[in-house]
Design a protein around this ligand. Structure first.
Ligand code: PEP
Ligand code: MN
Length: 348
């Protein structure tokens, strides 16, 4: 339930609403907006007597939130949420954010080399797994904390922000220490103890859609993060399982406008895991931007043929550069921009 205050309602009137909600045994969460202040009532058990709230001074209206997710919904907050990373990258504004890098951090030479290239090509966020969720226990599992240290070095050298995955609640603290944004992977979208821990970390979170998750389930997973008081959440469509085995997953680009209608949170697309095939990554990245995605996360490797994971879906550096030029044009055609908060550098 949402209590919307009249334009110009006083602080005292807002306080009165909060006190009344708490007196009724619920939690109050003020949501300051550009146009109006609203106060969310958390913990609605269906027994809330809204007449007590409607009658209070300064209250414009009381809106029931009909969706199963609450704080994530557009009903709760109409204005789009904009996530700002430590290096100034904005996600959820008119600007399109580009996150790029290898599937996994493999060595100092690999991550520093590709970071410099990506920076020069206009990316502002570096991706790279230090803890890797691999289908086989015998496959490369990532460099762990050493991988995080290398990501931090790459950030120091290039100014790129770092997004990397936390695999379990135990690794959230160490990932939060090194990363600018914590990634929750598709396999973990409904790992509720991990979601709570990541939500409580206070760091921005990139939440990837589970491979068999509905959009409602994705939004409910995001609700766990917001319920911990963290609204710095970016959703990510990364493809779902389908009956067609030609591509690794079915990149559900419909999820982009659907999520934008249902939620104020930004959503980006991952055409790399979404297709699993290098030659399909660029067309689907272009399509995602055209569909209104707030950004893309794309795998790029200096030597994909020898990558320790996901080489077959990783772009060669020059393909990434070409993609950047193309999506800049697509973004501007729909009134968006590819803007870097970083000082330009030439591609080496
Ligand atoms: C990844 O980003 O490398 C990854 C493992 O993604 P997902 O969780 O979407 O499979
Ligand atoms: Mn990968």
């Amino acid at each position: 339930m949402l209590i919307v205050m009249k334009h110009g309602a006083s602080e005292e009137e807002v306080r009165q609403v909060i006190d009344t909600i708490e007196d009724m045994g619920y939690e109050a969460r003020p949501i300051p907006g550009r146009q109006r202040t609203a106060i969310g009532l958390i913990g609605n058990d269906g027994k809330v007597d809204s007449s007590r709230l409607v009658g209070l001074a300064g209250v414009l209206e009381v809106i029931p939130v009909t969706q199963p997710y609450k704080q994530v919904s557009r009903e709760w907050k109409d204005e789009p949420t904009i996530i700002v990373l430590a290096n100034g990258t904005k996600i959820g504004d008119n600007e399109v954010a580009v996150m790029a890098g290898p599937c996994a951090v493999e060595s100092e030479e690999q991550i520093l080399g590709i970071s410099r290239y990506l920076r020069g090509a206009g990316a502002t966020v570096l991706r790279g797994g230090a803890f890797k969720p691999r289908t086989s226990p015998y496959a490369f599992q990532g460099l762990g904390v050493r991988g995080l240290e290398l990501l931090a070095r790459a950030r120091e050298e290039t100014g790129l922000a770092v997004v990397t995955e936390a695999l379990d609640p135990e690794s959230v603290d160490v990932v939060a220490e090194y990363a600018d944004m914590i990634q929750i992977g598709a396999r973990n979208m409904q790992n509720y103890s991990l979601l709570r821990k990541a939500g409580a970390s206070g760091k921005p979170v990139l939440l990837k859609r589970g491979m068999a998750a509905t959009i409602t389930e994705l939004l409910l997973a995001a609700e766990y993060l917001l319920a911990e008081g963290n609204d710095q959440v970016v959703l990510c469509e990364r493809g779902v399982r389908s009956f067609d085995t030609y591509t690794r997953n079915l990149l559900d680009l419909t999820a982009i406008p659907v999520v934008h209608a249902l939620s104020h949170l930004p959503i980006i697309a991952d055409p790399s895991h979404g297709t699993g095939i290098r030659a399909k990554v660029t067309p689907m990245a272009r399509a995602a931007i055209a569909a209104g995605a707030d950004g893309i996360i794309v795998e790029v490797h200096p030597d994909p043929d020898h990558a320790l994971s996901d080489g077959g879906q990783s772009l060669y550096p020059d393909q990434f550069k070409e993609l950047m030029d193309q999506i800049a044009v697509i973004a501007s055609a729909i009134g968006r921009r590819l803007v870097s908060p970083l000082v330009p550098q030439n591609v080496g």
